[in-house]
Design a protein around this ligand. Structure first.
Ligand SMILES: N[C@@H](CCC(=O)N[C@@H](CS)C(=O)NCC(=O)O)C(=O)O
Length: 223
């Protein structure tokens, strides 16, 4: 049986959502972040080969990396419902959003937030210099790249209810966590991106997502 090692307030919520949506038996072990560093605790790092969340174990298999885990789990449920099959009309959209989340959007968000946190923790006299560097990076790199992604997200969600069409797929599950971050701290506003916010509302009201959030019990966002 699959065990999800679930780190609070982390990308692992996507796997919890997927497992709840599939409705087959699984185990979940809950881990709190280290109260000082806010990173994964030593017990978590002992399980995860990269020290990062999410990670699952399944018999002799230990697997990290969100999208690898999603594909591993969906290989057992290959009916095309949550992962459109090759040749399906929405396959290209599915692939684009499934990989955009972890290939572009999430790394940009993580890097931007880490840089912001480092600035806030810099020694007092260094802080203006650190802030100027981060602001420069934001203007030249994070800002334009995130804006391009936000525009594309809004366009996609104006065309269809979910990212790959009118029914939920795993692309929505991986994009969902990143979208929460965009809305909370990434500069995405409801006035400018109404369809993105409509997506977030429908995700938060989706029964399997509600069940996942109840099991998590902590809320997704690390503030
Ligand atoms: N590309 C990885 C990123 C994993 C990652 O950075 N996870 C964060 C949680 S949101 C983490 O483990 N943070 C705690 C730590 O680094 O100790 C994936 O998709 O699984």
């Amino acid at each position: 049986m699959i065990t999800l090692h679930h780190l609070e307030k982390s990308q692992s919520i996507r796997i919890l959502w997927l497992l709840e949506e599939l409705g087959e038996p699984y185990e979940v072990k809950l881990y709190d972040r280290d109260p000082q560093t806010r990173l994964a605790p030593a017990a978590y790092k002992a399980v995860s080969p990269l020290g990062t969340a999410p990670v699952i174990t399944d018999g002799a298999v230990t697997l990290a990396e969100t999208n690898a885990i999603v594909d591993y789990i969906l290989d057992r449920h290959d009916d095309g419902r949550l992962r459109p099959k090759p040749g399906a009309p929405n396959r290209a959209k599915y692939l684009f959003w499934f990989h955009t989340s972890q290939g572009s959007l999430q790394p940009l968000l993580t890097n931007k937030f880490v840089m912001m946190a480092l600035t806030a923790r810099a020694p007092f006299l260094m802080r203006p210099v650190a802030k100027a560097m981060v602001d420069g990076l934001d203007k030249a790199f994070y800002g334009p790249r995130l804006a391009a992604l936000f525009r594309e997200i809004e366009k996609a969600l104006a065309e269809s209810k979910w990212f790959a069409g009118d029914t939920l797929t795993a692309a929505d599950m991986v994009m969902g966590y990143s979208m929460e971050l965009c809305a909370h701290r990434g500069g995405m506003t409801e006035a400018a991106y109404p369809n993105a916010f409509r997506f977030l509302k429908q995700m938060r009201e989706y029964p399997s997502y509600i069940r996942a959030m109840e099991k998590d019990g902590k809320g997704t966002i690390l503030l």
